[in-house]
Design a protein around this ligand. Structure first.
Ligand code: OOG
Ligand code: NI
Length: 461
């Protein structure tokens, strides 16, 4: 088939993201309620804060907001992870970043599959936080062997989706009708299965080792465990959740409330108790939950170091993990410590704390080619010939992710795996290197400067 008859991976991803949302709404009706709350609040923010709406119009995020979401899955072994990577590649999603969660007592390490170019992100920013279970961290050899044996036997992909992945790799794309089939077949991998693959006793053994191990090993596939819409005001969401019958977790993860949001703030509601059929008895399992997030500026290495330092000092001052009992004190300490992070886009730019996107303004375009016009970036900004907005953060935060895992796994019997980051082992399992998110933001910023220079008839900026 000639290449021009292929559907673009970006459109397959957009289709898949919509199909996943529909499926999750049927599986977890509370997710539908959450979507309504998010949409109400987003509309309210746009109506009441014209500056926020204007910034979203500059960056084009206004067009992607309604379909913006991330999902999360947990796979059991290297073979599953490597095939998941090939499946996501069909949709233009590539592994970005490495997250070690063992240091937070969760026996997994993770990456985020997402689009990497701003034009692709504009069409569909859908991302999937994907974790690989680390059986090597289980200290009981019998249990490790049991888990390994179960995982080696299961097949989480349909035969048809495997064919279509291979076809896409061979031909360089999929036709519209094959893409449709691909989306439907790929969905099966992420579905919830009520039937467990183990006996009630085996489930209990796995669960006793770590709740997460049971969640990965005892079921037929890596069910999507949450799907997260993007809100423009997470504080309003956190306040509004109880009235909709959705109890939120105690604290919002990430930075505090700011005029200029940075990185990522997240909250979630507790996992649902679900009925499951073990191979020999009925029982229950808590797997799926709901999460909402607010995204802000992507930070440079310097900005990120400042963020990490302020978060560390906040936690040290709290003297423990944020939870129900100390939630209020935590939020106060967080706001106090983050006073050291400039809350102004201009200052963040001057101090090199965030990445930006630059736009030639009408005024700049009108002055094109005129003698004596400004030519350096700072002059162009000062003269109103160039406008800038922060690049939105497209990734995740390890401390926040650990907080989300924990609030849903329950605080009881937290495991201690020490600090066990092993990016090489993760990449070996993946069969690929993960991309560096900071390099991606820097490239995106550079492209916007080049486009600006070109539009203004300047050789470079
Ligand atoms: C993933 C938890 C992390 C996030 O948004 O940081 C996460 C999981 O529970 O599988 O989704
Ligand atoms: Ni999440």
């Amino acid at each position: 088939m000639p290449a021009h008859d292929f559907v673009s991976p970006d459109h397959i991803r957009a289709q898949f993201s919509a199909a996943m949302s529909l499926m999750y709404k049927q599986e977890v009706p509370l997710y539908g309620t959450l979507l309504e709350l998010v949409s109400e609040i987003n509309q309210q923010v746009m109506a009441e804060q014209p500056k926020v709406a204007e910034a979203l119009r500059w960056t084009g995020e206004i067009e992607r907001l309604d379909q913006e979401r991330h999902g999360a899955i947990r796979v059991g072994n290297a073979a599953e992870l490597a095939t998941i990577a090939r499946l996501f590649a069909v949709m233009g999603m590539h592994p970005v970043g490495y997250y070690d969660l063992s240091s937070a007592g969760v026996p997994v390490h993770s990456t985020a599959f997402r689009a990497v170019h701003e034009q692709s992100l504009h069409i569909s920013p859908f991302r999937v936080f994907t974790s690989l279970l680390r059986l090597e961290l289980i200290d009981n050899p019998q249990l490790r062997a049991l888990a390994q044996g179960i995982l080696d036997k299961r097949q989480i992909f349909t035969a048809r989706v495997l064919e279509l992945i291979a076809q896409c790799e061979r031909d360089g794309g999929l036709s519209a009708s094959d893409a449709e089939t691909f989306v439907q077949e790929a969905l099966h991998t992420f579905r919830w299965h009520q039937d467990a693959t183990v006996t009630a006793e085996q489930y209990q053994q796995l669960h006793d080792q770590h709740r997460l191990i049971a969640d990965v090993v005892a079921f037929k596939g890596p069910h999507i465990n949450h799907l997260t819409p993007r809100t423009l005001d997470i504080d309003a969401i956190q306040l509004g959740m109880p009235a909709k019958g959705i109890p939120p977790k105690a604290v919002v993860e990430g930075p505090p409330t700011r005029r200029q949001p940075i990185l990522l703030r997240q909250t979630s509601f507790k996992a649902l108790q679900e009925r499951v059929a073990f191979s020999d008895a009925q029982g229950s399992h808590t797997a799926r939950f709901g999460e909402i997030e607010q995204r802000g500026a992507a930070l440079t290495p310097k900005g990120r170091q400042l963020y990490d330092r302020l978060l560390d000092t906040t936690r040290a001052a709290l003297g423990g993990v944020p939870a129900e009992a100390n939630a209020e004190r935590y939020m106060t300490l967080l706001a106090k410590h983050f006073a050291d992070f400039p809350d102004d886009l201009g200052q963040m730019r001057e101090q090199g704390l965030a990445y930006f996107r630059y736009f030639a303004t009408d005024k700049g375009l009108a002055a094109r080619g005129q003698p004596g016009r400004p030519t350096t970036l700072q002059e162009l900004i000062d003269a109103g010939h160039v406008h800038y907005e922060a690049l939105v953060y497209e990734d995740f935060l390890p401390v926040s992710a650990a907080g989300i895992f924990q609030s849903n796994l329950g605080d009881e019997g937290q495991a201690d795996y020490g600090s066990n980051a092993n990016r090489d082992a993760f990449e070996a399992a993946l069969g690929l290197m993960v991309q560096d998110e900071l390099a991606l933001y820097a490239q995106s910023e550079r492209r916007s400067l080049q486009a600006c220079a070109q539009a203004l008839g300047l050789s470079a900026l």
